[in-house]
Design a protein around this ligand. Structure first.
Ligand SMILES: *Cc1c(COP(=O)(O)O)cnc(C)c1O
Length: 411
């Protein structure tokens, strides 16, 4: 056990040297029944000020402004918050992002809009290990419109590569839909190269940034991305069911037709006239009344990310996963645990996955002992390391408990 003692000291040193070391204190503390939270990539923890902000919003803005609040400022929130996201974490100039709906719904709307822009092409390209909702939505659209799905078989321990895309894409591909960071392995796709490849064949690309936003730097404008969507409740810490975001590059906005053409996406929502005329800008992605209440804590989460800066967040993210990997390498191979994520920094997102046949049972035991990772069928435990809210000592505690439980059940 001497190695464990050394690693505990190393964890304390890493915490002391951490330039973002005081950020975990800006979140509400967990109850004592949690000793290590490894699921900030699925649901980020609440920033401490979120509670006050929500209380303040109800007592002052909602109560006092009532319906006037819409004209005062709320109608502008979807694009105002979108612009801030674009600047802080997505590499997008203003006017290309809205905050609305859920990732699933926005994915549907943008995929349909993209397909409408390529009516002569009959194929959608996607990969077998994309997040379930992405696959289901695209399958539904293909079914609805008689389109063909072309599946790339991805290695679940890795992710989608430019070579695979080059081999599968062609003159009949209308749209490619991929995740930037794979939800299982944490593989970080080369979005710039894949987008370029797609454009060479005339296809459009829709990136799901749910596991990227607030964790790895994204450069939507520089990469020439057409469309993107992503979650507000993961690394952005916006709270359960926080609204999602959608990006439509400027060059597609003049002709964008998404299928849920509600009044809020109308050029003049309040003339209430006959027929739908889409707004000539990013607002055409909107459908109904924007989720203002949900944007209150999303803004608080975003503020923390803005203050810390995405490059510092990424630097800490890699140190956290390096440390978890070092502990895994030291303790877990003799226990039959396999590392199922990229080792190289350039291809690693914000989480890692470890596999063993009985990890479903081990996951239950870990939760009983206050360690909260995520189980991903068939045999993966996902260690999500949200940089702003996670300490190195917490990584050490959680990984040591994992090694302990894995050893107890081994052989
Ligand atoms: C978490 C996640 C989603 C979730 O979509 P919701 O509509 O918020 O349920 C979608 N895509 C990816 C890649 C995700 O990781």
């Amino acid at each position: 056990m001497t190695d464990r003692t050394d690693f505990a000291a190393k964890a304390r040193e890493l915490d002391e040297a951490d330039p973002l070391g005081d950020y975990p204190d800006r979140f509400l503390p967990t109850d004592d029944d949690i000793v290590a939270y490894f699921d900030g990539n699925s649901l980020g923890r609440p920033p401490a000020v979120s509670a006050e902000r929500m209380d303040h919003f109800v007592r002052h803005q909602w109560r006092a402004r009532l319906i006037r609040g819409w004209d005062d400022e709320w109608l502008d929130w979807p694009t105002a918050v979108g612009d801030r996201l674009g600047k802080a974490v997505l590499g997008a100039a203003p006017g290309q992002l809205v905050v609305a709906d859920s990732t699933t719904v926005l994915l549907y709307k943008l995929a349909r809009a993209a397909l409408r822009a390529r009516p002569e092409r009959r194929e959608i390209l996607l990969d077998t290990d994309n997040f379930p909702t992405d696959r289901y939505v695209v399958e539904g659209i293909a079914d609805e419109h008689g389109l063909t799905l072309r599946w790339i078989e991805t290695d679940p321990d890795a992710g989608i590569t430019p070579d695979q895309v080059a081999n599968a894409i062609g003159p009949n591909t209308a749209l490619a839909v991929f995740s930037h960071v794979a939800y299982r392995s944490g593989y970080l796709a080369n979005a710039a190269a894949i987008t370029r490849l797609a454009h060479e064949t005339g296809a459009l690309v829709l990136w799901d940034l749910s596991h990227s936003a607030g964790s790895v730097p994204v450069e939507l404008d520089n990469w020439g991305v057409d469309f993107a969507v992503g979650c507000g409740y993961k690394y952005l810490n916006g709270g359960p069911g926080a609204p999602a975001f959608a990006y439509v590059n400027d060059r597609h906005q003049h002709a964008l037709h998404q299928p849920v053409q509600g009044w809020m996406g109308h050029r003049h929502p309040f003339t209430m006239g006959p027929g739908h005329e889409p707004a000539p800008n990013i607002r055409s992605v909107l459908s109904g009344t924007p989720p203002i209440l949900g944007m209150v804590p999303l803004l608080t989460g975003l503020e923390l990310v803005e203050q810390a800066g995405i490059n510092a967040i990424r630097a800490k993210s890699l140190l956290l996963s390096d440390f978890a990997l070092e502990l895994a390498d030291a303790w877990l191979p003799p226990l039959g645990v396999r590392f199922a994520s990229p080792r190289e920094h350039s291809r690693r997102g914000g989480h890692i996955t470890l596999c063993r046949g009985d990890f479903d049972v081990i996951n239950e035991e870990l939760r009983r002992r206050g360690v909260v990772p995520d189980f991903r069928a068939p045999d993966g435990i996902r260690i999500g390391l949200s940089p702003l809210s996670t300490r190195f000592t917490e990584v050490h505690t959680g990984m040591a408990t994992l090694a302990e439980v894995a050893a107890e059940r081994h052989g």
